[in-house]
Design a binder for this molecule. Structure first.
Ligand code: URA
Length: 235
């Protein structure tokens, strides 16, 4: 099946009850040559209205993290969800709804053939990595399944909800992700010594790349960290 056929079929899906209240099916967004696939839980209100994944507040936060590590949905990654229609009141998708919807994600996965899959939040992590996956305990660690590296981390909406954005915890996940991406591309040491700036004031974070010496919360990408985080990856 090609992308156009898959998308057309998916947009007409009536495999579960979530189809009755949807405004749009949120198929996914990104480039078809992406090496990194992000998987969220399911569309919220903004996503349902616009037909695109992660376009609300949590999506804006996600985009900032992605920017910090040179990922961009319009250039080099793909974003999808476990369920493609919005659950009422943003409740967790029911197991039956996830089951009904997963074949679409599997087809996307087959077409994309990503090297790295990042699961955003518990629902995606437990569905894609392990049913007892703990985001709190295991975020940022990579496991390999059939030659593809999987990582689970906090859902950006959870970080927003916490109010006290848990930046240090998530720095580790995205740092590990950057390391894995660099490793996938065969460039590990290229960014050694490069700094990522996480400037944090309550309710807002700004992340940008830059050189050392600028104020803000800094996370240095060190060669050691790469080696540690991605030991054995892509060798
Ligand atoms: N939360 C998700 O899990 N997915 C989206 O697309 C938006 C918010």
């Amino acid at each position: 099946m090609d992308w156009d056929t898959l998308k057309a079929e998916c947009l007409a899906c009536r495999r579960c009850e979530l189809c009755t209240d949807r405004t749009h099916v949120v198929f996914g967004q990104g480039v078809q040559t992406a090496e990194v696939l992000f998987v969220g839980e399911g569309p919220g209100q903004s996503e349902d209205e616009q037909g695109l994944p992660f376009v609300g507040r949590s999506g804006q936060l996600l985009d900032k993290y992605l920017f910090a590590i040179d990922l961009d949905r319009s250039k080099n990654c793909y974003i999808a969800n476990i369920v493609k229609c919005r659950p009422p009141q943003n409740r967790d998708p029911l197991p039956t709804e996830s089951e009904a919807c997963m074949p679409w994600l599997r087809e996307q996965f087959k077409l994309l053939q990503p090297k790295i899959v990042v699961c955003l939040g518990r629902i995606a992590s437990q569905r894609m990595i392990r049913t007892d996956f703990s985001v709190t305990k295991e975020h940022g660690t990579f496991v390999q399944k059939n030659g593809v590296w999987f990582m689970g981390t906090f859902h950006p909406a959870a970080l927003l909800r916490q109010g006290g954005l848990d930046i240090p915890q998530d720095i580790a996940s995205y740092d590990a992700l950057l390391a894995a991406v660099l490793r996938a591309k065969g460039i590990v040491a290229a960014s050694e010594g490069e700094w990522i700036h996480f400037d944090y004031t309550p309710g807002e974070i700004n992340i940008r790349r830059g050189s050392a010496g600028v104020t803000g919360r800094l996370c240095v990408i060190s060669h050691e960290l790469h080696e540690d985080a991605v030991a054995g990856l892509f060798r």
